[in-house]
Design a protein around this ligand. Structure first.
Ligand code: ADP
Ligand code: MG
Length: 731
């Protein structure tokens, strides 16, 4: 493959951008003037719908009641009028199949009017239900290709939006995607079911405390921080591994990378900042509120954090965010790389899943407030999470498993594969008090005196942060930090919602058993504390406030009986356990067949990704690295010949040649070994996963080792692909 001079092209692309941007109006736009202008949200529905239709749809959103076909007709027309005014020509039922990406099939809003002209139309039934063929999405055995029928169903709780480009605008209607017999084929359906399950159980707890008054609904909230890399697009196209696998399969870490911590939170390069501004502008237009942008640890790595929202909308917005990120990056000559570990030797990327519980009246149920020891309701929700994570640590681990995240977990840059909870000093102290009786104090953070007269005294948090914990309490929410950067967050949140629902159910059932209707608050708190006390004794092993990267944590965790499922092949079987089947079935989130199909899909994805990588790697080694090495070998051989030809001793050079030839032989051997093992025999999927883990992955690692060694020896001019120092440096 000829790569031309990709680095030169990247420099040219970057200078083209520089000159372009020089002439651009650089003043930022006022966001309030266009915020959510491309979203058909409640504000627009109120403006455009007759009062009774608006009330019907709000009722549907708030209490899951159904609305009539007539209402659907009115809403569809209003939505269509709005979209057409904003330039839309097509609409699509937008959904999230099991690929983890989003799917869309556009239908025209335009139909002939019978009089030689055209009219715009969206019927009520077109709004509510779609029937894409969609037979090629993974279904994990839920249906065969010949049983192609799948339905999309409008999710009225997530607002429709318009995706636009230079000459197109498409109305996107968020939908759930199910099979002909109603089985979930997507990520949204189980998420919505888990939200219902969580709400039901959380309301029971509020009822116990008498705080349900005026509360219509309780749900989880989600803010998912997204890490990503930006790579020059021209360099990206010169790396077949980045193109087909999203990560580099070969590559030596340059002498200087992230050791000086000079990139982290550093000043954002202007070209990147300009990209971020346009990226965020698009998100704001789509009503995705974003909060934070910064440089991350590795060179070329960045982060965007949205403002948290209710989980269903936040999950849709996360999907929009990832799509928009990739799209806008292209305009600035970047490739946005979302892979968990694109470059060996520098940090990979994650997606910190900030999760909390909130009432529709805006009360965060995981907010400890000042005198936490008096807040039994908070302790109840906290303990429910502790129990849930302890019982289902293996499920949580399986939830975030995948070939790409395997490279990151446990590599001292992300949490290990052991799931534990960080609570911090204040809450740990509270849990200890609760275990031994009635809590009577709340540790305070106090003030920090900075020693300089002009600096203000700072209020110190009552607990520090712990960056190494996979599931950390961070003040008023839990941060599930092990989620991978490519992941759709719908699935992890489906799982968190469901396991917490189960524990809330457990607590509520036990409390209700021993509590009379007219019990006084003092008595009620006593009963609740007793249940929590038992719970803590049984589940406190999950709490770990120390360094999760430390080697001795592995031993300690084993003593505590916490699973350490290092790879996807180890983690996925958890999805087939009867504990997990019962959980999902009981809360009507996934039937046994739906769960089995998911477990099959995740396993197949792992196997397929590893096979693609193995094939890509062998091919690059054979067709790129080997020829470059041979040329280099010939150059040395010619130098030896020429040196000896003029009668000069060349024994040192000859030794060098011999060593190099040896390396080339090793390369050849390892290519052949990988080519041999990469063919996966037919068989049970779980056994194929184990085969990938035990045979293919080690063969890839050993091929990479020699490939990288050769990179360190072959003349730079001959190396057939852009190297890390080029990929990680933006110009
Ligand atoms: P850090 O990187 O320090 O953890 P960031 O500011 O980058 O913090 O991100 C914090 C994320 O947590 C944001 O997306 C924010 O919206 C989210 N968040 C804050 N409060 C809640 C909450 N109650 N529920 C869910 N997410 C929350
Ligand atoms: Mg952050």
């Amino acid at each position: 493959m000829s790569t031309g001079d990709p680095h030169g092209e990247a420099v040219a692309a970057s200078s083209r951008w520089q000159s372009l941007s020089a002439g651009r109006d650089s003043s930022p736009k006022r966001i309030d003037e266009f915020y959510a202008c491309d979203v058909f949200d409640q504000r627009k529905m109120r403006e455009r719908l007759p009062k009774n239709t608006f009330q019907a749809i709000i009722k549907t959103i708030e209490s899951n009641s159904k609305f009539s076909t007539d209402d659907a007709e009115v809403i569809a027309t209003a939505m269509k009028d709005w979209a057409v005014e904003r330039g839309a020509t097509h609409y699509t039922h937008w959904f999230q199949p099991m690929t983890g990406l989003t799917a869309e099939k556009h239908d025209s809003l335009v139909t002939p009017d019978g009089n030689g002209g055209v009219m715009y139309r969206l019927s009520g039934s077109n709004l509510i239900q779609g029937e894409p063929d969609a037979s090629s999405f993974p279904s994990g055995g839920l249906r065969a290709t010949f049983e192609a029928r799948g339905y999309t169903a409008w999710d009225p709780t997530s607002p429709a939006f318009i995706v636009r480009g230079k000459n197109y605008a498409t109305l996107c209607i968020p939908t759930a995607f199910v099979s002909w017999n109603g089985e979930a084929l997507d990520k949204k359906t189980p998420l919505l079911r888990s939200i219902d399950a969580l709400e039901k159980q959380a309301m029971r707890i509020l009822k116990i405390f008498g705080t349900d008054f005026g509360v219509n609904s309780v749900g989880s909230t989600l803010g998912a921080e997204q890490e990503y890399f930006l790579v020059d697009r021209n360099l990206y196209f010169a790396r077949p591994d980045l193109v087909s696998c999203g990560r580099t399969l070969f590559g030596l870490v340059p002498p200087k990378h992230q050791q000086l911590d000079d990139h982290y939170f550093g000043s954002i390069p202007p070209r990147v900042n300009a990209f971020m501004a346009e990226f965020e502008e698009e998100l704001f237009r789509l009503g995705v509120p974003v909060q934070t942008r910064h440089n991350e640890v590795a060179p070329g790595q960045y982060e965007i954090a949205p403002l948290f929202e209710s989980t269903n909308i936040a999950c849709d917005h996360q999907a929009i965010l990832m799509e928009t990120l990739k799209k806008v990056a292209g305009r600035f000559g970047f490739f946005a790389c979302l892979h968990e570990k694109p470059f060996a030797g520098v940090n990979g990327s994650g997606k910190h899943n900030n999760w909390a519980l909130s009432t529709d009246t805006g009360v965060n149920l995981l907010d400890p407030q000042d005198e936490t020891h008096t807040n039994t309701q908070f302790m109840t929700f906290l303990c429910a999470v502790i129990r849930a994570v302890h019982i289902h640590g293996d499920l949580l681990r399986a939830t975030i498993a995948g070939a790409s995240n395997d490279h990151r977990l446990g590599a001292n840059e992300a949490p290990p594969a052991i799931i534990s909870i960080f609570l911090g000093d204040m809450l740990t102290d509270l849990i200890d008090q609760l275990e031994s009786g009635k809590p009577n104090r709340t540790l305070k953070g106090g003030e920090l005196d900075l020693g300089a007269r002009t600096l203000p005294a700072l209020k110190r948090d009552s607990g520090d942060r712990n960056r190494t914990s996979p599931f950390a309490f961070t003040g008023n929410r839990f941060e599930f930090r092990a989620v991978g950067s490519t992941a759709s967050v719908a699935w992890p949140n489906t799982v968190i919602n469901t396991i917490v629902a189960e524990s809330l159910d457990f607590i509520a059932t036990n409390v209700e058993k021993s509590l009379s209707e007219d019990a006084k608050p003092e008595k009620r708190d006593q009963v609740v504390r007793k249940v929590l006390q038992g719970l803590i004794k049984e589940h406190k092993a999950i709490i770990f406030n120390g360094d999760n990267y430390a080697a001795d944590w592995q031993d300690e965790a084993a003593k505590r009986g916490l699973p350490n499922l290092k790879t996807t092949a180890d983690a996925l079987p958890a999805l087939q356990s009867s504990k997990v089947k019962t959980l999902f079935k009981k809360y009507k989130v996934l039937s046994n067949t739906e769960l089995e199909s998911r477990s099959e899909i995740f396993a197949e994805k792992y196997i397929t990704e590893i096979s693609i990588e193995a094939e890509q790697m062998a091919s690059m080694a054979r067709t790129m690295i080997m020829p470059a090495a041979i040329k280099h070998q010939r150059n040395i051989a010619e130098a030896v010949g020429a040196t000896e030809g003029v009668g000069v001793d060349s024994s040192v050079l000859r030794g060098e040649l011999e060593d190099f030839v040896e390396m080339v032989c090793v390369l050849k051997d390892r290519i052949e070994s990988l080519e041999e093992v990469r063919i996966i025999a037919d068989g049970q999927t779980m056994m194929q996963c184990e085969y990938c883990r035990d045979q293919i992955v080690p063969a890839m690692e050993s091929l990479r080792e020699i490939g990288d060694q050769l990179e360190a020896h072959v003349e730079a001019e001959l190396w057939p692909m852009p190297v890390y120092s080029q990929l990680l440096t933006l110009r």
